[in-house]
Design a protein around this ligand. Sequence first.
Ligand code: F6P
Length: 536
Amino acid sequence: MTDLTKTESWEALQKHFSSFEKTTIKDLFKQDDKRGTRFVAKEAGIYFDYSKHRVSGETMKLLFALAEERGLEAHRESMFTGNKINNTENRSVLHTALRAPKGSAILADGHNVVPEIHAVLDKMGVFARKVRNGEWTGYTGKPVKNIVNIGIGGSDLGPVMAYEALKYYAARNLTFRFVSNVDGNDFAEAVSDLDPEETLFIISSKTFTTLETMANAQAARAWSLKKLGSNAAVARHFVAVSTNEKEVVKFGIDPLNIFGFWDWVGGRYSMTSAIGLSTMIAVGPDQYQQMLDGFHQMDEHFRTTPLDRNIPVIMGLLGIWYNNFFGAQTQAVLPYDNYLKRFPAYLQQLTMESNGKQVTSEGEPVSYQTGTIYWGEPGTNGQHSFYQLIHQGTKLIPCDFIGFKETLNDLPSQQDYLIANMIAQGEALAFGKTADEVRAGNVAEELVPHKVFEGNRPSSTFFLDKLTPANLGKLVAMYEHSVFVQGVIWDINPFDQMGVELGKVLAQNIIPELQNKSQPLNHDSSTNTLIGFYRQ
Ligand code: F6P
């Protein structure tokens, strides 16, 4: 692919940027009093207002031209039709097939994957119903009441985020816990008040070799068997979600209790694979299906809607505009719904493990910035901690506000306070408060500069009806596809994660050095000293 910075549309954007850079959001609203309704996409049940961005119609036109020049539409089709776009691992990328309706045909290596996806979904459904209605009993005959998902990265962040997001819809007679960290304290606290006789572990690991997950799975097995005695208990208290049947069986899990998936599902794209088993048990198969339908609706929107109304395309391109032209390093995600408290953490893996890349798909060093840093917290909590820096700091931080018109719990006045705050933050960021406006409030002159808000700080607002399983699915798919859009523009492979390997390998070297104090150390002087400190 042509170097991004040498493309015609990039050069056009650069030229445009130098004349446009100083235009403020206030100017843009003055120039066009319909901007607040024109820079809006209403698609797939999402109201997406991107009017408070530092873009004109011309900017958007040039960004869409960039997407076209980089072949976004053809790349998108390649993903949806199972081409091996994960070139470094020679794999298709078919998470979108996981939510395709029964009866559709999607080929990977010439083979329709949809029937096997639905076979796993049906198997999950049977199991989830048994757990939910108390039919799935433990080794001593007691119904399972506690479900502990053990996994890390994509085998944890999706399940825990979805459980928290959909807690309102979850079976309240069941307890859900999520263990990810190799720090034994995570496991110890998760099970401290649980009874092994009533506890089911879901060992979620695509590879079934991940150090953290295997260590926690062994701890869970020892904890269970301490009370239950016999190895035969493992079959009633452990199920696995994995692509590695051989290792699962070695662990002692009944092959009948393996929920499989495929190598064309990346870890951070796996929450709609069998990795979603804990979510399905929590909300039930019907509501889980509604979540999948929401994902599918967004997949279809992304696949078929023209670029200029396509929400993930617009989001992805705005990200490029700030990252590569304004030099913004980070992007805040600020859900105004407490159920979405783990959504920013989920997005961190999705966005940064995908697009934190330093070479192009062909292995050439990139000559431009990639991977924006994503972070955030639910509003209004963030307002009382880090929003100060977003409003008056020296850094440009585009923000995504996510809100719902209806609240799930009946406290309507608090819902008004919540949404008023979300809307007010976008307004304050964009338009600020001038020195004259501050003075009009009779402020002592020496305090005026401290109270000025320069504004011109961009944000998107996503408004949905309410936090349903389907709407959660739409939101996740929307970010998945915006990550894809950016990967195409930057010509990087968003579907491998080789940058996580080195640290894992070095840790394997250090483990025996910690355990055997006489082993000589041949690291650098800092690493040697740290190991020495621990050994003492
Ligand atoms: O650390 C990287 C990673 O491979 C993630 O991409 C993945 O989600 C996580 O580890 C867990 O992997 P597994 O499901 O194979 O245990």
